[in-house]
Write a protein that binds this ligand. Sequence first.
Ligand SMILES: [Zn+2]
Length: 166
Amino acid sequence: MDDLFGPFNDLSEHYATKHFFGKDENLVPDRSKINPMLVNKLEEIYKFLDNQPEYKGKGFPLLGGYRSKNHPDERKKKVPGSHTHGIAADVDVSQHGDIEKLYRLLDKQPFMKDTSLGVYPDGKSLHIDVRGKNFRWGALKKANGDNEYLTADEAFRRFKSRKRVK
Ligand SMILES: [Zn+2]
């Protein structure tokens, strides 16, 4: 699985530097920009899920992690967010079934008490960051494509009621 951007798992058993550099910015993957605490946390979650019969073998694959301050999503913010510090990753959970069930399982784990967790039901993704807080939120896409930030409960409630009317 090695390629031009380096080995498949140069950071940990399941994560490589290149996984943290998404396709929406043309950045050269740079290992020094990724905080090891983030890698350890992702690895902890990966192994926890792999021990659950329901999630075994599904992995915990990243959509991206590191962003420059010039990333379109970061330019919209007053202060650049956790992704620009190398302490955040977005995870593709499209293969993990009911996203609310997955979120609630992770939310209550002791190892998530020092970790922030955001849930994006539209994109079937989770945001994980190790800024040392226990923030929780949900976000849904507005008609203009921007995210609307809500509590996770409210995001799930609206997501489900929207699916019903379709
Ligand atoms: Zn994120």
